[in-house]
Design a protein around this ligand. Structure first.
Ligand code: FAD
Length: 357
């Protein structure tokens, strides 16, 4: 049956750390009250894996975790380093019981009405689970005809380490989000040539990103997950900011976008009208999906393909909360979701007989 605890938090990124903070504040004790399991080697959530050229000044912004300010670090430092240092400090300051590397492979029911959280290394029986596993572990690769015949190299944003390996190459970048644009700007400086393809025409935002607009985006994602549809990424639908750098790139034609190609051949990509583009590298900046495979034994998928949610609570299973999922998939959303999940779980544990015995 494994060790027993009231709440297991899976994942120690922004969402998991926020939940851990509020559990601690609500009086849950390390170990018997709650534990945080993370399969990373080090603190930093998914931020630790982001490419070194992604400087802090180039990201949308990192919201404070509760109780400890992020401060104003040097914006030219890699976000991966700065955020990892912040998370490590956070875990120390609040003495959070994070166990790593612990790779959760399955969450299932026990006969007593609790949840069994299993990893190859250890397992835990919990009365409630807060899932905070993010998306980084599930890069999304669309499939196109001929993809397997491509003679060059294909990689995903999750594998991107900077522009150097694209030097002198003919490069196709696929995807309409901020990651695609940032990579293009860097790669265009060293590649023989670049081609940008997106499914929909990109939307550039000239005006400031307002709180009203942010709320509208979050409300739309919330509507989707309430209906059991797969969430759309909050960060990806906020549009592309027209920074001075992006403006210059547009003037130079680097961001002249082409519609999605039809198929891939060994030496490049082909559109339906027969137009071809030579390519020896394709970068798929096509986003991520929620990393929830370990929840499969609970059979939570709604007919719409997503998980029906009410706030952070899974409608079909009140023992389970998803934070950093759907409308809370941003650093600000993840922080708030941690608080909301803990509030509901406290009430649930007070009234429920879901036991450990
Ligand atoms: P993560 O940071 O992904 O943390 C999840 C944790 O769960 C990881 O530590 C992982 O090791 C662990 N984990 C996963 N699966 C398991 C498992 N099976 N067992 C054990 N542990 C597991 N948002 C913003 O608000 N501002 C930005 O500027 C911004 N920039 C972004 C840039 C990029 C390139 C990307 C991809 C996303 C960006 N986002 C941004 C979105 C943002 O990163 C997230 O919404 C937020 O940081 C995610 O926090 P999280 O805790 O949900 O997930």
């Amino acid at each position: 049956m494994g060790k027993q605890t009231d709440v297991v938090v899976i994942g120690a990124g922004q969402a998991g750390l926020s939940a851990a903070y509020f559990l601690r504040r609500a009086g849950f004790r390390n170990g018997t009250g709650f534990v945080v399991l993370d399969h990373g080697e080090r603190p930093g959530g998914a931020w630790q894996y982001r490419w070194p050229s992604l400087e802090l000044g180039k990201v949308h912004g990192i919201h404070d975790l509760p109780g400890l300010s992020f401060g104003t670090p040097d914006s030219r430092r890699p976000a991966s380093e700065v955020v990892s240092e912040y998370f490590a400090r956070y875990e120390r300051v609040f003495d959070l019981p994070v166990r790593r590397p612990v790779d959760v492979v399955s969450v299932s029911d026990t006969e007593g009405g609790a949840l069994l959280v299993e990893s190859p290394a250890e397992s835990w029986t919990a009365r409630a689970v807060i899932n905070a596993t993010g998306t980084w572990d599930r890069p999304f690769w669309p499939r196109y005809p001929g993809q397997e015949t491509f003679a060059g190299r294909q990689l995903h944003t999750a594998d991107y380490r900077g522009a150097e390996e694209f030097r002198g190459r003919h490069v196709v970048v696929v995807g309409g989000g901020a990651s695609a644009v940032q990579a293009l700007l860097e790669i265009a400086e060293v590649a023989a040539d670049t081609t940008w393809v997106t499914r929909r025409p990109p939307v550039f935002r000239d005006e400031e990103f307002t709180p009203e607009y942010g709320r509208a985006v979050v409300a739309e994602v919330d509507r989707r997950v309430r209906e059991g549809l797969p969430p759309e990424s909050v960060v990806s639908v906020t549009g592309l900011m027209l920074t001075p750098e992006v403006r210059r790139a547009r003037e130079r034609g680097i961001l002249d976008r082409r519609p999605m190609f039809d198929r891939i051949e060994p030496g490049g990509v082909v559109w339906s009208d027969g137009t071809r583009r030579r390519a020896d590298m394709i970068l798929w900046a096509t986003g991520f999906r929620a990393a929830l495979d370990h929840l499969a034994p609970l059979h939570l998928r709604a007919p719409g393909g997503g998980i029906r949610m009410n706030g952070t609570r899974v409608v079909a299973d009140p023992r389970l909360h998803l934070v950093g999922y759907g409308p809370s998939a941003s650093t600000i959303g993840a922080t708030r979701a941690g608080r909301a999940a803990v509030r509901e779980i406290r009430q649930f544990l007070e009234t429920s007989s879901a036991g450990l015995g």
